[in-house]
Design a binder for this molecule. Structure first.
Ligand code: HEC
Length: 491
């Protein structure tokens, strides 16, 4: 063979090989350095369908072609052909062929402690540490600590990509724990305004809970199918529990909750008909399984935590289980998928009730929790996601963010059970997620856009007090309301 001929053959061969391996090869060449060779994430986020759920095909291709301004995500529109971008889009939309391993070794190896929390008798700032808000800004992955009295930010710092599930506070309100979509748990010291450290407890995580004594963090994972227990003090791993039911079937873990009066974690499992309870005292963490007749999700607890109310598949009844007896005690068919996890409680005419928005209908259901019967169904302009109130106000606020009326908040009078006012803070822009300050005098509403805003209202007169610019403030969490388990907020 003449040398030039041999070269041409080699080139042909090589081209064939590149073609066959194309999307994976393209991925390894252009993306793996930032997103990890196995797509599990590195300096860039994990590129797995489970993690990118909300980002659809066209939007993914756009990110690849145009990059993301002011981030390390480059634009590939000039370097890659349109077909290559499409191939990559399809490639990262596919689940991994085998469930990735993320066990004790991987979790422990990911842990980084930057500093010990300094011994402090009080915070380094003068603001009331009980009336602070932690604002999660998912527009550019930052959090702001906001002084709830002066309505001024104390600091703003970067977080992991795509925080999820609501931060949790230590019982004294000093530390806050964040969790990200990609399974990172970060610990931040509010008193000294510094990050303490982080650990990656999973690859795709749903939420975290902190035990009543503040010593243990539980992490609910979709990927892998596990519940992970961490020491809150230093974020070290205590144990991973494979999420399998009594018959050995594996399941995603939907969520974990702190049942404070019971000193336990209660766990919702997505794919198997069990509720788990794990006592947190004593350090043994024994697992108790409560058998259900179908998988239940999205839990609401009555204030005693003796009862858990969970929704089942769409169209089927929501069920109430007595956690002491481990038995179902009621079933309610509610219209349009209630969002029980956002439920709030209050007293109506002397009776304990809960109120929940619905994800698929413009209604708020008000349910007596002594009989588990619907007291009233109140119409709103459209399906909503969050609901909030406070002990010191007669009003509860809810959104319609899942609908055309996404810019409108509805205010329910807890006495008359009527919507008494609706507010459109920024016409055309999504208004969602309300939080009250410590005393229930001010209401903070998110404009869920990037850039967005926090809008502060007087809780009694509904007059606007202030607007603060924020980057898609997905949620804000008042230290006092969270650590006291205010009846007006979900936990
Ligand atoms: C230099 C590092 C880097 C490289 C190389 C890189 N990315 Fe990224 N990518 C990032 C970062 C950082 C983000 C997060 C940007 C943000 O904050 O929104 C990101 C975000 C993304 C997102 C959005 C994920 C989401 O959930 O919002 C997609 C999709 C993506 N990258 C695909 C790719 C693909 C495909 C390639 C290869 C063609 C690639 N990236 C190469 C750093 C990189």
């Amino acid at each position: 063979m003449k040398p030039s001929f041999r070269l041409a053959a080699a080139v042909l061969l090589l081209a064939g090989a590149v073609h066959a391996a194309e999307p994976e090869q393209l991925y390894q060449t252009h993306c793996a350095s930032c997103h990890g060779t196995g797509r599990l994430g590195a300096i860039g986020p994990a590129l797995l369908p489970e993690n990118m759920g909300r980002l659809r095909g066209g939007a993914v291709a756009k990110v690849i072609a145009e990059g993301r301004v002011a981030t390390q995500m480059p634009a590939f529109g000039q370097t890659l052909a349109r077909e290559e971008i499409e191939a990559l889009t399809a490639h990262i939309a596919k689940p991994l062929p085998v469930m990735p391993v993320w066990g004790a070794a991987e979790i422990t190896a990911s842990r980084v402690i930057e500093r010990e929390a300094p011994p402090l008798a009080k915070p380094v700032f003068t603001a009331d540490p009980m009336n602070l808000f932690v604002v999660v800004e998912i527009g550019d992955h930052h959090a702001t600590i906001l002084d709830g009295d002066r309505l001024e930010p104390l600091t703003r710092f970067p977080t992991r990509f795509a925080l999820h599930g609501g931060p949790k506070f230590s019982p004294d309100g000093r530390f806050v724990y964040f969790m990200s979509r990609d399974g990172w748990v970060e610990k931040y010291d509010i008193w000294s305004l510094q990050k303490i450290g982080e650990i990656r407890a999973g690859i795709n995580a749903r939420n975290i809970a902190l035990s009543a004594d503040g010593r243990t963090i539980a992490v609910a994972n979709y990927l892998p199918n596990s519940l992970v227990l961490l020491n809150a003090a230093d974020l070290s791993l205590i144990r991973t529990l494979d999420a399998v039911d009594a018959t050995g079937k594996t399941s995603r873990v939907s969520a974990v909750y702190q049942a404070r009066p019971r000193n336990s974690f209660v766990v919702a499992l997505k794919d198997v008909p069990e509720i788990w309870e794990i006592p947190t005292k004593g350090g043994d963490f024994p697992l108790r399984r409560i058998k259900t007749d179908e998988p239940l999700d999205d839990f609401f607890f009555d204030p005693s935590y003796a009862h858990v109310f969970g929704s089942a598949r769409e169209g089927s009844a929501s069920k109430v289980y007595d956690l002491n007896r481990g038995e179902q005690i009621a079933a309610l068919t509610l219209p349009g998928l209630p969002h029980l996890g956002s439920g709030i409680t209050f007293k109506h005419e002397g009776r304990p009730v809960m109120a929940t928005p619905h994800l698929k209908s413009g209604l708020v259901s008000i349910i007596a929790t002594d009989s588990w019967t619907t007291v009233k169904t109140v119409e709103t302009p459209g399906p909503g996601f969050f609901m909030r109130s406070h002990e010191n106000t007669p009003f509860a606020w809810t959104d319609s963010m899942m609908s055309k009326a996404r810019d409108t908040m509805s205010i329910l009078d807890k006495r008359s059970l009527q919507i008494v006012r609706s507010i459109t803070p920024s016409p055309g822009k999504t208004a969602a997620h309300v939080e009250f300050d410590k005393d229930g005098r001010k209401v903070l509403v998110s404009i869920w856009e990037d850039p967005g805003e926090l809008i502060v209202y007087d809780a009694a007169t509904f007059a606007e007090i202030k607007r603060l610019p924020m980057r898609k403030p997905s949620g804000k969490y008042n230290v006092y309301n969270k650590i006291t388990f205010s009846e007006g907020t979900s936990h």
